[in-house]
Design a binder for this molecule. Sequence first.
Ligand SMILES: [Zn+2]
Length: 422
Amino acid sequence: MDKKIINGYVAEYENGVFRTSKKDIYVIDGKIAFSADSDEFEVIDAKDRLIMPGLINMHTHAYMTMFRNYADDVSFDEWLFKRIMPVEDVIEKEDAYWTNMLGMIEMIESGTTCFSDMHMFEGQSCKAAKEAGMRAFIGRGLVGSDLNGDGAGRLGEALREKEAYESDTIKFILSPHAIYTCSEKMLTQIAELAEKEGMLKQTHLSESVKEVEDCYKQFCISPVELLDRAGFLEGSILAHCVQMSEKDIELITSRNATVVTNPASNAKLGNGIAPVRAFCESGTNICIGTDGCASNNTLNMFREMSLLSLMHKGVERDCTFLSANDILTMATVNAAKALGMNGKLGIISEGAYADLIFLDLNACSLFPNNDLITSLCYSANGSEVASVMVNGNMLMKDRELLTIDRERVFSEVRRIATKYLK
Ligand SMILES: [Zn+2]
């Protein structure tokens, strides 16, 4: 049924600025409207609520919730090759469904309505996102040297899952893992496939010093230049981008690629801090991702937004850099742009998808509501999110999950963690 949301403070975005005002909004066929002909509505009273676009987590691996605090405070190599990968090799498909569901709970409860994911059991990710009612862009992590050879199995499976699960809210995204796990030839093949099928493409890029050094040793060019030579860079979504030369940054911007910065993951794994100021000055489209729980260790975008702003203000010794407005723009509008959903997602405007979150203005962390916009970046921690709507459907109302059996998910994930982690 269509909805009328009354008495709320609505965060709208106009001319690059978020502002709040008290107004009613309608949700008609899953989309936002500011007026309506009919008067048959389910009325939602949003008194003492701030209504804003749902946050978009542009890089994660939702199933990795099972690894939360499993391998903290160890070196990158120890973390990846000795702790995470050996377990990933033996995880059963059905178990990944439950760990994905825990990811859906965490995202909904902390105000994320849409995410971009990379996973080996992407069918389980789709199933979890669909049942939870989330909007998702999901890709199978592709590795290999030839899309028609050793990479064909994974791609074939991914395309079959695409047929089975793609819908209005679940989209597929071609996701070669990285330049060090895919050959240049395969990256070219994937770029050609993306062009032919009109699909988005994402990859991990220049995350660590070692990745960049190895690339120079092998190819005498940077990972960014390699991606460009392969024809992959144009319009791509690039997670991490920590180790960058000036030339890399220029190239990324000129190819209209999007950078997804993952400040917590990069800092925690000791990989460094992305050159966000240089990207901003260059005019790159920048978004925010949490990465997976193995490296972050949370999928909470409010924490990520706060960390991103504070970290760079500190590093740059500039308290005006990365304002709350800039950060909110990255987590909503810029993400929609990267996903080809400009004006349809990440914004409260006529005809946009009704992906909304309702924050409790009486929460201690937001009170006394002196500046609703800056409070979202500097004060909110996600616990203020009272209700969540995606595509016009309520997924959480007054902190009660409506699409997921929370207790069942917790009990299954506890069983799974005991089974795999020692
Ligand atoms: Zn990742």
